[in-house]
Design a protein. Structure first.
Length: 296
């Protein structure tokens, strides 16, 4: 695999991983190894990349030749050693499960090139913890993309306890090559910057519903028109998933030991009732079938 931009590896071909791989190839011009644990996951990731690239062509943002070249630079694989060989940056976007990620980091640390940076897209797991099971913790940092990575312009770079300046600088340079703006989170703190602000705001919106202060539609309308958010907090919660958001509030509660992060009992109840938002077809709004666009 020869290319002027070099090679990157993306671990996990799910919602985030496929998008990150696409950006690395389409915008950064990198050869990209995209790894998952089963063929069907890799296939599904490649299918999502194909359909997203086709949309860029439809909208006139990419020529057919550019799209074909971008697709050719993404190499799906199930073989970790092959995926890591010759790669200067490994972006890990595997399932948000600490045990699974720690196991993966141990293996990646053994198999990756000596100078390779291991960057995690985790939303809530400590970068210092992930680095602690590797041989070179100075090469580990957070590289937090936003959903969908193809469209969202921000990457939060997170410094773990031992992350070197060189690692931060290299991730900053590569992010710029991927067309992303970066911010530096100087400490490995739960939620980093964006989720630390967003999650309590979403939780507060649920408290407003629970206390009967206003209807969901009015809360969303108020925040859209009053704060110029493109989408209201309850609609956004339905997109993110109430279960995911509840998990993050629990991480905040555990890590900060501060009751101000207590999840609204209504959010807990809705998750128990299977009302996760768009993914389950119902949350604060009706979504018809799971994953559909809003019907009400
Ligand atoms: N979904 C979001 O909006 C969002 C936003 C920012 C960051 N994140 C973070 O990105 C990461 C991935 O989230 P997602 O939403 O893409 O999840 P996802 O469930 O869509 O994808 C995760 C993928 O990782 C794969 N995987 C599991 N074990 C693996 C292993 N050992 N090696 C390689 N792949 C493995 C799974 O098979 C799956 O395809 C998580 O850490 C999450 O916190 C998610």
């Amino acid at each position: 695999m020869n290319s002027s931009s070099g090679k990157l590896t993306v671990l996990g071909a799910g919602l985030m991983g496929h998008g990150i791989a696409q950006v690395a190839s389409q915008v950064g011009g990198f050869e990209v190894s995209l790894l998952d644990v089963e063929q069907r996951f890799v296939d599904s990731g490649m299918k999502m990349i194909n359909s997203s690239v086709a949309k860029f062509v439809e909208k006139g943002k990419l020529t057919k030749d550019q799209a074909d070249a971008a697709l050719k630079r993404v190499h799906p694989t199930l073989d970790l050693a092959e995926a890591l060989k010759g790669s200067s940056l490994v972006i890990e976007a595997a399932t948000e499960d600490p045990k699974l990620k720690l196991d993966l980091y141990r293996r990646v640390s053994d198999l990756s090139d000596r100078d390779a940076i291991l960057a995690s897209n985790t939303s809530s797991i400590s970068i210092t913890l992930l680095a602690s099971v590797t041989k070179r913790p100075e090469n580990v940092c957070g590289m937090h993309f936003f959903n969908p990575p193809q469209l969202m312009p921000l990457v939060e770079i997170i410094r773990g306890n031992k992350t070197s300046d060189e690692t931060v600088n290299r991730v900053r340079d590569i992010s710029a090559k991927l067309g992303k703006e970066t911010v530096l989170c100087k400490k490995d703190s739960p939620g980093f910057i964006v989720n630390r602000i967003l999650v309590p705001a979403l939780n507060e919106a649920v408290f407003l519903v629970q206390e009967g202060v206003a209807e969901p539609e009015d809360i969303d309308k108020a925040v859209k028109l009053g704060l110029n958010w493109p989408m209201g907090p309850l609609q956004l919660l339905d997109y993110v998933g109430l279960d995911t958001t509840l998990n993050i509030t629990q991480v905040f509660m555990n890590e900060f030991q501060d009751s101000k992060y207590r999840a609204s009992p209504l959010m807990r109840e809705m998750v128990r009732a299977g009302m996760m938002g768009r993914k389950s077809g119902k949350g604060f709004y009706e979504w018809g079938s799971p994953g559909a666009t809003k019907t009400k």
